[in-house]
Ligand binder design. Structure first.
Ligand code: ARG
Length: 310
């Protein structure tokens, strides 16, 4: 790649993840789920661990919540809550199959000393709620209620931009849009209405468009730290666009979890504290240098340079 990637700055993140110990496709609440189709539990575990190890190799912190039997979708931690400035707004699920997850996640946050606010209207956490700088983006149309926007504004004191989703395959906002940094996002335009596309153009200076084939492997269900973008390995054209825009794509294979309708971002809930500093960005550069001496991190570097698996 000939681009100059140095202007993209990573900041260390803190994530919450839930191991897929009870992951299964035992009901269908999105078009990706086919309960008759077999799920390879061992493969799901390996892919999930690879994702967790990818984050730690990049210098991020991963906390773990204990999975609950009978909650097969609990692995999709993004839906568990929304955390901004160290404050937690709990989730409230649309479907009864997932309802009990809200309590499990709230209990984790209470147990870890977070101030918690329980949700009144349906919101499926970071599945539909994304943060872009000072702005909160709130997806609705399939899962979260449009009225969740008011609750978000009250909980976090930030401007909330509602976005209506129109394609049932992209039923959560995080399947159709990925915030790369405060001014940059990648998205699938056809998953939004005209008002949504206009709103996104006003929030972001730069918008990378995903093609059908990359959106259809949930390539947009990616996780950015401002520089590295952990993205489905199948989304090859999207990875190239990211590299051209100066980001470092870090491919991961989440194909087993995709059977539940989720990818890397769905398995990841960001724990946003009130502090994000440039000093922290320097720490992550140092972490990368240290990690470069180790096997897995060397793979990441290869991916980062646009070689090998891309
Ligand atoms: N089976 C889950 C559901 O339909 C998948 C959730 C994916 N999570 C996400 N953040 N998009 O609710």
């Amino acid at each position: 790649m000939t681009n100059d990637a140095t202007h993209r700055v990573a900041t260390p993140r803190s994530y919450l993840m839930c191991p897929p110990d009870f992951f299964a496709v035992s009901y269908a609440i999105n078009p990706w789920m086919h309960p008759g189709q077999p799920v390879d539990a061992g493969r799901a575990q390996r892919q999930w661990r690879e994702l967790r190890d990818t984050y730690t190799a990049l210098g991020h912190t991963v906390s773990i919540i204990e999975p609950h039997p009978g909650l097969p979708d609990m692995v999709f931690a993004a839906n568990g809550a929304t955390v901004i400035d160290g404050t937690v707004l709990g989730a409230r699920f649309r479907h009864p199959e997932r309802a009990a997850e809200a309590r499990a996640y709230l209990d984790w946050f209470r147990g870890h000393g977070y101030p918690v606010r329980e949700a009144v209207t349906v919101n499926e956490g970071e599945g539909d709620i994304l943060v872009a700088g000072e702005v909160v983006l709130a997806g609705h149309g399939f899962r979260s209620d449009p009225a969740a926007a008011g609750e978000l504004a009250a909980a976090f004191g930030r401007r909330v931009v509602p976005l209506r989703l129109t394609d049932p395959r992209f039923y959560h906002l995080d399947t159709a849009l990925c915030v790369l940094d405060a001014a940059t996002a990648m998205y699938y335009p056809a998953a939004f209405d005209d008002a949504g596309r206009a709103a996104l153009a006003s929030v972001f200076d730069e918008l990378i468009e995903a093609k059908d084939e990359d959106a259809e492997v949930l390539g947009l269900n990616a996780v950015s730290d401002g520089r590295h973008v952990v993205v489905a390995s199948q989304a090859t054209a999207l990875a190239r666009s990211l590299a051209v825009a100066g980001f470092t794509p870090v491919p991961v294979d989440m194909s087993e979890l995709l059977k539940g309708g989720g990818g890397a971002k769905c398995c990841t809930l960001e724990l946003r504290s009130a502090i994000a500093t440039t000093a922290a960005a320097e720490v992550i550069e140092a972490a990368e240098v240290i990690a470069a001496g180790e096997g897995r991190a060397a793979d990441l570097d290869g991916a980062a340079a646009g070689e090998g698996t891309l």
